[in-house]
Each structure stands twice: as C-alpha cells, then as structure tokens.
Ligand binder design. Structure first.
Ligand SMILES: [Zn+2]
Ligand SMILES: [Zn+2]
Length: 343
C-alpha cells in the first residue's frame, strides 16, 4: 500500500513509499482510512522540530471504517465508522495512564510520528482508543475529530470557558477556529486575532461566530481587547499561533487574574514579557492533546452542529500530492488539507 513516510531524521526526508499492509493482532483494530488531515505538527516533523521515530508513516488526524478486528475485540465490527485517539502506545501503569491522561505517559508513542499513521490505506490501532462516529458526522468532517478534541480539551477541560466570559483567540489556524467554536458554544464573547496572511481565515472566523476579528497588522490587538472590555482586559486568552508576538499580546490583553491557555508550539526560545504573570497574577495553563472523554464531547458537539469542521476543509488530495498540501498549509493558503489513500 502507498504511504507518506518520514524516512529518516533531518529536514524533509518524506516520500511516498510502498509499505506492507499491516496485520491485525489481538486487541487491535485494522482501519481502512477514509481521510486524514495535514496538521501543523506534520510541518514540524518535516523540519524535524517535533520528536519522531523514522521510518514512520505520517498522519494522526483521521477517520475510517473498521476493516478487521483482532481477537478479543467484541464491541466493533467491520464496516463501523470510527475515529481514534492518537496515543497508540502507552505503558498502562504510570500515574498518567492510570488517571486517564494517557497523552502525558512518558512512554507514549503517538500515531503518525511514534508509530505508523494514517497517510495510507490501512492503519492498526489498539481498540481502547477507538470511538464510533455518530450518523450526523460525515467521513470528511470526522477526520477532524482530533483537532476538535484539542479545542474541547482547551476550552472545556483545561481552561473551562463559562457563559459571559470574554475570550481572545490569538492565531487563526485549525485549532484557533475550533477553539472559537467551542468558546461560542459555552456562551462566551470571542475576539479572534490573526495577521494579514490570515485575511480569509479571519473572514471564516467571522462566519463561524466570532464577535470581533482583528488583523494585528492593522489594529493593535491589546487596544481592541481593552476597548471591548471597558479597559479591563479579557478573562481568557488562548495562544494558538505558536509565535512570540502573539504570546506577548495575550499577556497584555488579559485582565488581572486572567488565564492564558497555551496551545501553540514554538519550536524555539523567545523574548517573553513574563513579568506580567506575577504583576497581574495571571494563570498560565499548558494544553496538550486530550483524554478519552474529550472525544465523546467533541463528537457530540460535532453531531449537534456546534463544532463545524467541514467549513475548515480547503481541499481533499490523494496522498501522492501530500507535498502540495504541506506547501499550501505552510503558506497559510486555506485551513485544512485532507489526504485520501490511493491504490
Ligand atoms: Zn494535529
Ligand atoms: Zn503510562
């Protein structure tokens, strides 16, 4: 089967190779991939800025159909439409595994960088991380359950947004556009900030319910946030851009005792105005991945139309055109590119 593989360490080193079709073992599920999204993390893997274990098939955001179940898996049958969490290998005995935060397990190996991923025809996962997809969610929308889960983990579980909260979402990629929708579903007023490169994404944010959109090259995000909150500052800011400027703007735009949710990855050190954290008694909460219940929450919100993933899909490409999707994502053309397997 054809697969998009990171062949060795270093920048690039990604190609389409013929890989053997995997065989299902006890407790495992063989999934026929329907669609798999290209994520910012995949770009970091391209540049070798994110831990990965080559040779490995990329792709961790996907939907599919059960092709075969291994011994002992009774709750799934061939044909079931499913999605899967990304922590494919965990130790099962540490404090994180036993309290449900499997993404924090020190022995975790994630799908699409630690073990083979979904930019191919078939993928094998342990049945414990599989979730059935509700009828109301189509295959392409379902392929974005993973980023939707990151948004739910951010704005419901790690930094719970309450009705009436004033929330700044800084960074308008997939995660920013999904956190916007979760915060709106919770009853918040939401400001979304992006750059001139994000012009189309900001318009999309508007159509997805953003109360205010801010182009940071035309308007000062801190001034706008202050104006909209009677000079107080926002209650919560989600930093989703993974950029120093955005991080510092969030610290400044927050009200005293406000909360910063950090979702973006920076890949480097940077100048930060951290003095504001003690001065304003800010809380800073790191956000990584999701837990089991996050997926149920995300799929429910998607089925009810409160998280819309479909409008984020810019194109669906065969995996052989992966490079095009990577390039467009990097150039911030569109939002989400999905890949589909080829024979
Ligand atoms: Zn991702
Ligand atoms: Zn563990």
């Amino acid at each position: 089967m054809k697969a998009v593989v990171k062949t060795k360490k270093g920048i690039g080193n990604i190609e389409v190779l013929d890989m053997p079709e995997p065989r299902v073992g006890p407790g495992q599920v063989k999934i026929a991939v329907r669609a798999a999204g290209i994520c910012g993390t995949d770009l970091h893997i391209y540049y070798d800025e994110f831990p990965n274990r080559p040779p490995v098939i990329l792709g961790h955001e996907f939907s599919g159909v059960v092709a075969e179940v291994g011994e002992g898996v009774e709750w799934l049958s061939p044909g079931d439409r499913i999605v899967a969490q990304t922590s494919a290998v965990t130790c099962g005995r540490c404090r994180y595994c036993l309290t449900g935060s499997i993404a924090m397990c020190r022995e975790r190996r994630g799908i699409g960088f630690g073990v083979n991923g979904a930019f191919t025809k078939y993928i094998i996962v342990p049945h414990q991380i599989v979730h059935k997809v509700p009828e109301a969610v189509d295959d392409l929308s379902a392929a974005m359950t993973e980023p939707a889960s990151v948004a739910v983990h951010s704005a419901i579980e790690r930094v719970p947004v309450a009705a009436g909260d004033r929330v700044l979402v800084s960074g308008v990629g997939t995660i920013g556009l999904l956190i916007l929708q979760v915060a709106k579903a919770q009853g918040a007023t939401v400001l979304v900030a992006g750059t001139s490169l994000d012009r189309a994404r900001l318009e999309l944010a508007k159509s997805l319910g953003a109360d205010h959109i801010i182009n940071v090259q035309e308007q000062d995000v801190v001034n706008v946030a202050m104006d909209l909150t009677d000079g107080e500052g926002v209650d919560i800011a989600f930093e989703c851009a993974g950029a120093a400027q955005s991080y510092n703007a969030c610290l400044k735009a927050l009200r005293r005792q406000g909360t910063l949710g950090m979702v973006g990855l920076y890949g480097k050190t940077f100048e930060a105005e951290n003095e504001l954290i003690p001065m304003k008694e800010l809380q800073v909460i790191g956000i990584y991945g999701h837990i089991w219940v996050t997926w149920r929450r995300a799929l429910t919100l998607m089925a009810k139309g409160m998280i819309k993933t479909r409008p984020l899909i810019s194109a669906v490409l065969p995996i052989t055109r992966w490079e095009e999707g990577f390039r467009q994502l990097e150039a911030k053309e569109g939002v989400k590119y999905l890949l589909q397997p080829v024979d």
